[in-house]
Design a protein. Sequence first.
Lengths: 591, 662
Amino acid sequence: MAQIKVTPLGAGETVGKRCFLLSIGRKNIMLDCGMDLGFKDERMFPDFSYIVPEGQITSHIDCVIISHFHLDHCGALPYITEIIGYSGPIYMTHPTKAIAPVLLEDMKKSAFDQKGNSFVYTSQMIKDCMKKVTGIPLYESVMIGSEIEIKAYYAGHALGAAMFWIRVGFQSVVYTGDYNMTADRHLGAAWIDNLKPDLLISEATLRNSRPYCEKDFLKKVHGCVACGGKVLIPVFALEKAQKLCILLETYWDRMNLKYPIYFAMGSAENANSYYKMFVAWANQKNTRNPSNCNVFDFKCIKTFDRGCIDDPGSMIVFATPGMLHTGLSLQIFKKWASNENNMLVIPGYCVQGTVGHKILCGAKKVTFENNQIVEIKMSVEFIRFNTHSDENGILKLIQNCEPRNVLLVHGDEIKLKHLKEKIRDEYKIDCFLLCDGETKVITTPLKIPLNFSVEKLKNQITSFNAKPPDPKHRRFLHGILVMKEGKLTLMDLPGVFKENTGKSRHALNFASYIKIEMSVLSSLEILQNLYLILKEKLSNWDVEMSSQTINIERVAVVIVGEEKERRICITWNNQDEDLGRYIFGLLQSIG
Amino acid sequence: MKFYCLSNDPVHSCFVVTFKELTIMLDCGLVMEPILNFLPLPLVQSSKFSSCPNWIHPRVNESQLDGELKKTGNHVFIDSPPEFQPPLEKIVDFSEIDVILISNYMNMLALPYITERTNFKGVVYATEPTLQIAKFYLEELVEYIEIAPKANKACKWKEFRELHNLNNLNLELSPWKWKKLFDIDDVHKSLSRVHIAGFDQKIDVYGALEVSPISSGFCLGSANWILSTEMEKISYISGSSTLTTQAKPINQNSLKNSDVVIMSGLTQAPHINPDAILGDLCMNVVLTLRNNGTVLIPCYPSGVIYDLFEILSQRLDESGLTTIPMFFISPVAEHSLAYSNILAEWLSSTKQNKVYIPDEPFPHANLVKNARLKFFKHIFSEGFSSEFRQPCVIFCGHPSLRFGDIVHLIELYGSNPNHTIIFTEPDFPFLQALAPFNPLQMKVVYCPIETSLNFQQANKMIKDLKPEVLVIPKVYTHPPLVAPHREDLVIDRLIAKQIITFKCGECIKLPLKRKKSQVFLDPEVALNLIPQEIQTGVKVAPISGLLDVRDNVHNIRKCDEVVEGVPKQLVSSLFKKNATYEYGSMGPMDIDLFLKKLKQDGISDVKLTQTSETDGVLTKIKLVNEEIEINISEKGTHIICEGKQSWRLQIRDVLMSCMNRF
């Protein structure tokens, strides 16, 4: 039995960083290399010392695969390549390769630079790291070395997000990363072939049970601007910004609204260009119909000018950063917060300690460092997106790819217990949870390929098909396995001796006799009687009678001698000893 | 394995192979040659083409032709909507085709004929750019023909065999096989049946075969296809290129070790030296523009034009012609330009790296932004007349000059010697394309930009790939018609172990006989095997198992322990579980050993006689009161037992312990 081993390098945290070590067929593959934004010390990164306490890590890892550009999946990549010194191959999809550095840079800047401490890795390191990455398209089967084969499938969780099929020898694994089985406005639904992997490692962060309502959001925003209010949407440069832009753009277009929408992305301005160029990775509906041109080519949305902050009249502004802790979004917030006509829309999670977090907790006043107090009179809306699959999505994926085992990772253990039982009951496959950082070992059946002569195979099939159909009937196969020069070939007996000259068969044949008691019957009649008996007893064999002989496959029964000296003679080869012995015993017992 | 050729054009090819009970169509090219026999379709009433006199054949009554044939200059044309040559029918039953594999967008244009007009029930595979760009080509083609409708479909002329060789076109195929173009509904329905494949993706075809498109470097998304089983490998090389300007470079490695290589799609302009062409083209453009002339470049809506935009704009800048606009006129111009810039995965690495900056991989987006390049659906589209300025460069379809806005533009500029028309697409012989427009005053320049392999490159590639069998169109073994003396423009007859040539409509049996196939051994069966070394490095073991066949995958699994209706002690016999095979000879040494062991076993009453026979020594051993006789010869050993079985079994055991067996 072969094994597949999965070890989380993120220790016990349920959310946070994603990083797994997959051992399959003597190969070690790192799946994702994320960081935990909740920490500021070494716990931020996965525990790489598990792989090798000290010394070179490269010789212990055959490749790194990144599923998508979110930091909890790729944040530790510059760390492992530039600081720990991993120099082996790294694979991700093209959009991930394009967008990941933008996010890494953004994080490095906004999360840490403000306190004056320099971050663990530098901008140059991010650049150097990305140079080592190989971008791959979907569905292409990529060979890493001569043994590892990987293939990316559309995951629908973020632009460029992919699920990976990994094969080493006859063992295979599907690693989903984060995925979403339902299409949304800017991304399509995840999809996978019927791969029948030995193991499916599925992300099980179930989606929020309470989805936000696009209609409500649009209505509220529309209502606000219609009354002359200003709407501030603090966002990170990527993803949610584009998602909301598409939403507003189509609504504005359909309703023929003219209120200005501004997009203030500062240095990350070109983030949108990536989306434009990789629009083929967005919802398939958009690409299949290029007459829509590019969905990320926003016509109603203009670039923001700082001067516009004080413009009278309604407007909508997207500004960075998303958690209102610094920068333009905070600046605008301070100006607009005290007007009850205005509105703040927070489209994402905010880290504790940020202004965004305070507001989400219901604060009515925010005090700043210089004792400036801002009263919040503007209305506040919080929206959440569904970028993960729900329970049905996970089940659907299992149904699509038919794994032999399922490993659910990163989820609420209690909720997942139920799901686990369901998978076991419904699909009759083994399902495990990987919630608490332990290693999981899954055994997989071996598959041993043999070469087999097409002619023999065809003969076998023809003879099988020639028989009347019978569900009990089996396709029996007997041959000689020849192992030569590392190749396994299934041959028949003459073939073995033909191919290995110098050796020949030495047949070991037996002849045994049974005396026939006095009988008035002729030899032929006796033989016919024997034939009937044998035919009945050996219904699964070919029992044939020719003029003087009964043949049961290669066992022959004849009658020799004359008159009183008549004997039954049974001859067989040593290979048919069991059958020969049985027939002898049978005939002897009849007498 | 059988091979059928359904197209008379080695570039816009269509083949069918049957292998492992599968029927696979390789490419679905549309042969457009017939359209050159038709009068151009002008956008507006053309005095030239509407006033052509009827052509009169000395042996055919004019009234029988009903004015279907017209004469202009020295040429005869059919006055009818143009007709095309789809893949030949009645050679292969299209309903039996399991898959169609498309190698590039040029070789997909006949697909609607197959999917919408036959009983085809299979699956079509193409790469994403192939599908998208083929859609542009087809949409453009259909629009060009539908925008200039002709009332009458001419067919009476076909009744006269003597007319089939109009204009001395070398018509291999009867005009009866020509067909009217499909409509836009057919196009969309047909394309919706195409499944997307990625490079190097291994696609399973009914478990019997794996097919995989690999980059061919010829154009965006272009692929060669590999058809393989565990034992056999067939490579289909279609339009391929060693250039690396646009598309991902060719993957030659994957084509190695093929049993069969089918090669088509070599250069259509083998006699032209490609190195000088681009320089020539730019020079002619610059010269014309300097003389205040306008340049017409008949083109398809994608492909080489992307490079031309890039090169020409640079060249014009260098020549100080910075204000000269370029116009790209095609019903799909806008989509083609937009689409080309979202294809990062399919581009050459230089272009691909641009998207990480981020920059658009092709510069034409910038050219459009700077109003250097302007695109319009048609010359009568809104805005064109106000934007239009001369001198300029106009890219416009269709390269056959039989339909599309180009027809009007040639009529407009043809009489002025300051203007130039430059042919870059090698698909149509340019003199024939121009024939209905004669006499012309404008300059005509032929600069075919051919990116596919030339004969020298093809020969080199075959040498590297070393296929067992090479399958090529017969025409590749003769110098091309355009250069009959160039003996070097052929595929070298000695380049492969075996070369098989084919012609249109032929069915050829390819020498690929499947000898070995793969079966899988269940580990449970393997665990019980006891391999014996019968020769240095050769181990053998008898195997008994049950064959499971599912999805064309063969598995050997463990035999059952119990079989209904079979005595328990016979189950092992039924499955030959205890079968052993003796080999080698029993020499004097072995016989001594045998006797010694018998003695140890308590059998010492032995009579031994040895006689020389023709086939060696025959040893006779009689024992146990002569109830058992053992005859040992070179070939085998016979044990004749007259008495109790227990004796026989005992002797069997002793004998077996003295013999080589497995």
